[in-house]
Design a protein around this ligand. Sequence first.
Ligand code: QZP
Length: 393
Amino acid sequence: MIPALDIDPFCQAFFDDPYPAHAALRDAGPVVYLPRYDIHAVARYEDVRAMLLDWNSYSSARGVGLSDFAKEKPWRLPSLLLETDPPLHDRTRGLMDKVLSPAAIRALREPFARAADALIDRLLACGSFDAVPDLAEAYPLTVFPDAVGMPAENRRFLLPYGNMVFNSFGPRNAFFDAAVADAEPVLAWVQAQSRKEALSSTGFGAVIHAAADEGTFTRAEAEVLVRSLLTAGVDTTVNGLCAAVYCLARWPASFEQLRADPALARAAFEEAVRLESPVQTFFRTTARAVTIGGETIQEGSKVLMFLGAANRDPRRWERPDDYDITRRNAAHVGFGTGIHGCVGAVLARLEGEVVLAALARKVAGIEITAQPKRRYNNTLRGLSSLPVRLTPA
Ligand code: QZP
């Protein structure tokens, strides 16, 4: 018997405090049934990890949201990267691996570090500010579109677009409806930005379009792959940076450790991704009948993976709810794992590292000055407001 749980993982009460529900989901068994959405779910580390690794049984091609592309028309043209299985996935992923190659990332280290230093200097001059718009959003909204090769105008459209897409992985609830209310101009803008003519000749976008020039991809495919960058590259890192600042402000002893050894910046970012898990959930669809913990699930079932619950599973982690920048956290699933493991993680980690290293060198203390406000989203965990005061080192 698969236990049925009366939990809604896409409502405000859940988002306000998901942790008791995460524990109930993990404790009920390796796999649970959520009748509210007629879906199965896994929340234990071992089972989430096993599911991420078994792409043959757990397909992405029917969408990684609640909606089953075999039954419902997708609301946007499906991604050629996220919403695909091999062999198509391997072809597109191969190109994205090239776009985000070690050499390409290495070339960004200097400009990204300079931008981080300049931003933290500006914020120190303010003293008090809101760490969500002024830091967590401001930083990726400069460096990432620059790296893609986008023009400077209207970059803030990337935020409502991401909000739309990440809400769309959940049910058609009030969060989704609010996110798509004024979708048309944003969708048109993103579409236009994906075109070769809109992009500089030096960024990631140009590398993707060069593959179309060479004939290994069609122009239309290149445009959808640029769209993948624009979709996945901003809101995720915004919430990763937000998580890191929020953790360092709430664990001042960890911030002291980081100040004493700025080389811990990368580990401090990684631990924030584990603890807060900016990407909380997404789905697979069973491609055949599968067994999890001895229980059978039919072919064609949507299964929800709780990355955030896996990353705090006490079966896997000691003191799972503590922010500990010296723990061995490399095996967390905040970036997924397996063939769909985050292709942009190299870039996210670079952004996290240089921002936290700048804080470590320049800042003596981070103080929360007013109640943080949560940002509600069907997939992403983060804040809409985090008022802070920085004291200079
Ligand atoms: C979003 C795309 C956490 C993931 C669901 C982020 C993501 C990755 C890829 C795409 C969108 O290819 O559009």
